[in-house]
Ligand binder design. Sequence first.
Ligand code: MN
Ligand code: MG
Length: 659
Amino acid sequence: MSLRSTTSLGRRTFLTGSIAGASLIALHPFSANAATNQAHLRIMETTDLHVHVFPYDYYSDKPRDTVGLARTAAHIGDIRAEATNSMLLDNGDFLQGNPMGDYIAYERGMKEGDIHPVIAAMNTLGFDASTLGNHEFNYGLDFLMKSLAGADFPFLSANVVKNMGATPTGDDTLIKPYMILDRTVTDGDGVEHPIKVGLIGFVPPQIMTWDRRHLEGKVTTRDIVDTARAYIPQMKEEGADIIIVLSHSGIGSANHSDGMENASVPLAALDGLDAILTGHSHLVFPSSTYDGYAAVDAAKGTIHGKPAVMGGFWGSHLGVIDLLLERSGNEWQVVTNSSEVRPISKRNEDRSITALVESDQAVLDSVEQEHTETLAYIRRAVGKTSAPLHSYFALVADDPSVQIVSIAQKWYIEEMMKGTEYEGIPILSAAAPFKAGGRGGAEYYTDVPAGDVAIKNVADLYLYPNIARAVLIDGAQLRGWLERSAGMFNQIEPGKADQVLLNPDFPSYNFDVIDGVSYQIDLSQPMMFNRDGDVINQGTKRIVNLTFNGAPVTDDMKFVVATNNYRAGGGGHFPGTGGETTIFEGPDTNRDVIVRYIVEQGTINPTADGNWSFKPLDGTSVLFDTGPKATDYLDDLEGISMEEAGDGPDGFARFRISL
Ligand code: MN
Ligand code: MG
């Protein structure tokens, strides 16, 4: 009764019996009302799974109701049962993105014949096809091809090319560019008809930058829209009745530019396409997120009038597109369509999360062993640190927990700048202590002793799932950036004792330390910015002795600064940020960058380099509250004179700093 394969591609058990549950499930109106020669075809999308199968956060080592294909899968049975004909497609980024993925890639490996756990999970659900996302390339082509080999469904990608032809259709692509599936659909009278469903897949061409070290000399990429324009007529010629695009690319500008990363809008404008699965942006479509985008109907879920969907990320939603098809002569046309997403959890008013579905046991069972192995992996050492990584003094002295983030970011951005017009411009790195007491309390600090570093410690070093970015700024913007950071401190009166150092209004995540330059903070001066980032003291100079390679930083010097998407996009309203200065928008999270750095280095040496300090103020002291465990590390401090000064409030310990 369901969409049935007339080819011999793998198991198709999901295709029968879906109507068995229909006594409990209301048929979708397209199925219920389909007339003679009309058929309801339902397309389900998963996207950006990033190896999330169990509803589990391996970084915090805790169950998590907002993620996991096992949960998304629980929707699939119902959604199939509501429709006479259905297909299940994945839109890419399945192979990397959580510690289970890193465990397989870095530890267990993929031997010939191994089944990657995310593929094993997908195999239990009867996917019809998938495309490749950019993250499929993170572990190299050999790992990728071994992983794909374990799937009992096909993969399509039209714009990753081994040997360029004169036009895209003449290319020798890495994997099949498209497929035309011979299927059978049941119409409103219960009569079966053959249909040819064309599927074609695309990935952002930027993989050549993001994974240059794995791809250079092996493959190249083509523009998404140009490639689609070339292939669609060929697919039509081969008899495709309808064409569904698996676009691992976001919904962005309506104007096509060559090589654009988020190309789904101009892609949807092409003739011959009937439905567009989107992804890569880790957002939800249809949703108000996309209100006001040109050519996009964010409520109805169409782009250029064609149904489109984006099913969130990490299994958070199942995307659903419904097509009512009509047959006239030998041709199928889409006569009406709709689009929706089904979430696996909901956020309550008190910010708690309620799961909306139970896990699918077959999916859990398929990766049970790898889940257990991943738990052991995140809890054991993957590298070593030669110095303790703690944040007790991160707000008053250069600090190893911030330094390691800085070092890893710089290492990554250096690689990404190779071969670009920015290669050779000095690279600085900005990082802030995320866990530094404050409203989080006296225990709320990073504290990893010297010795073994486990994956779960990385979450402690980098709290937020930010994405790595680089901005290009000048010396004046750099100075402004540091002035903004220096709002962390109250203005201090020279010659007075025991003044309160920290500005309680200023969150520590906005205290960016910038590595690669040296500077001092003159606390006797007023702060330049208020809490919201508005200039309140234009001429102030808290940042003094700012030098690069021993020479003063001048206003016209150029620097690349490694940072994250929050800061680069204008979070905290820092000078030199806000979008226009962004020169690199990578796909990798800062956390992934740190894990990669630690795994590749083996032993890390995060000893702070002391590149910033307070400017000495004779006869002046300040009081600073931090976690009581800070006492254990007091002797390691260099470049600052500090002594214990009793207890602070709420379990904090108090220290006196002589400036
Ligand atoms: Mn992704
Ligand atoms: Mg430093």
